[in-house]
Write a protein that binds this ligand. Structure first.
Ligand code: V0V
Ligand code: CO
Length: 143
């Protein structure tokens, strides 16, 4: 069961500059940052609030680390902006299988490693009304 908006992914050309915009404009601080080589991104998670399911909601700021990464490709076409939304669940495997059975393309056979050791998968934007959609189970809470 999907129980929260885990994060909204925002693609940018310059992560440090974008982090500073969110700090100066809204007062959001970086909760966590890391490089995910597999996904080709450097990212900063800004925690917005804890949620009732033991998880939390974040903004995920994403800067590409290489030219062939999905985010670099998207930025070249669209410029900066909202890149994906992510729903939180305690059971990414079960929810992905359930959604797949409804005819939506799930991009990975098995969930991969996401931010902060989470397990993530993606649904194809063309099957989701133009919205790249991620499912995530956090490492710390199981949600
Ligand atoms: C592509 N399209 C999108 C899109 N990316 N539509 C909405 N939102 C997006 N973000 C559209 C694109 O405009 C094309 O439509 C069509 O899909 C095919 O796109 P493409 O440019 O030819 O690119 P593909 O097919 O090579 O790749 C698209 C997919 C790829 C979605 C398959 O981006 C992907 O595998 N994404 C999942 C991984 C990811 O995005 N990782 C970065 C975040 P037209 O022009 O044909 O109409 S990593 C992350 O979130 C982490 C680590 C985390 O949360 O922990
Ligand atoms: Co994400």
């Amino acid at each position: 069961m999907l129980t929260r908006i885990d994060h909204i992914g925002i693609a940018c050309f310059d992560l440090d500059k974008t982090v500073e915009f969110y700090r100066a404009t809204y007062g959001f601080e970086v909760f966590h940052s890391e490089v995910n080589e597999e996904q080709g991104v450097r990212e900063a998670m800004l925690k917005i609030n804890d949620t009732g399911d033991g998880g939390a909601s974040y903004l995920q700021l994403l800067e590409p680390t290489r030219e062939d990464s999905t985010v670099a490709k998207w930025l070249a076409k669209n410029g900066e902006g909202v890149h994906h939304i992510a729903f939180g669940t305690a059971d990414v495997d079960g929810d992905a299988a359930d959604i797949k059975s409804k005819g939506v393309r799930v991009l990975y056979e098995e969930p991969r490693i996401g931010s902060m050791g989470s397990r993530i998968t993606f649904l194809h934007p063309k099957d989701c009304g133009g919205v790249l959609t991620e499912l995530v189970t956090s490492a710390t809470t199981g949600h």
